[in-house]
Design a protein around this ligand. Sequence first.
Ligand SMILES: Nc1ncnc2c1ncn2[C@@H]1O[C@H](COP(=O)(O)OP(=O)(O)OP(=O)(O)O)[C@@H](O)[C@H]1O
Length: 264
Amino acid sequence: MLKLDRINKIFNEGTPDEKIALDNINLRLAPGDFVTIIGSNGAGKSTMMNMISGALMPDFGSVTIDSNDVTRLPEYKRAHFIGRVFQDPMAGTAPAMTIEENLAIAYSRNQKRGLRFGVDKKRRDFFRTSLERLHLNLENRLTAKVGLLSGGERQALSLLMATFTKPSILLLDEHTAALDPSRADLITKLTKELVEADNLTTLMVTHNMQQALDLGNRLIMMDKGQIILEVSEDKKPGLTIPDLMTEFEHIRGEKMNSDRALLG
Ligand SMILES: Nc1ncnc2c1ncn2[C@@H]1O[C@H](COP(=O)(O)OP(=O)(O)OP(=O)(O)O)[C@@H](O)[C@H]1O
């Protein structure tokens, strides 16, 4: 479903600001895998997501999605494979457009051929049924401007737009981090429901270690551009935050800087 082979990325190579952001990353996701990603600031988590989405190209290595080598494919050509939700609730939706116009754009972005922005009755019914899954009554506000929605509602809509066309890979990049705790809980719950309903293959970056343990069937920990720990499906249940911190200390020989992780 997703294969990352020997991915390397160096920013500002050969200059005093040189930074090895990804150092020989190898990762395999089987269909339906839901992998949570934790790691310190600057570990390379967002850079890895950007490699998969096509926002960045690796210096070396390959990205394969559904048996297609997409390594050199620009972001817009990968769009029908990928759904992505960012940290900023304002990032995923267009505020001046209505809910149904936003959904229509997301729908057309994921079609392999042509641009089909139109909203006919069949499409509108599909949008309504999809919105019902959010339990936010947005199905009765199809013509409301998205700019009028709360941050939590907008993030729920972004999540729906990223998932309702059943992308091959769903990328969630700290998508609950900018929300207050009750809205973050709502989005976490919706994420679980939407991913499970369609068995979506998912990668989720989070600074919240408890969320990383609660969601998904696998977990990886990154540090300094490397995947330093992979927790398999059979080992993840029962794993605790202290277990993860002990693992980090064991691998790196130093204590984990965990303030943000624990507060996350
Ligand atoms: N466009 C860029 N130019 C130069 N350096 C970059 C660029 N993007 C990222 N970096 C550097 O690459 C490293 C990895 O960054 P990245 O954003 O992937 O980390 P992260 O794990 O997502 O961190 P955070 O949790 O803080 O968001 C960092 O040292 C960062 O400063």
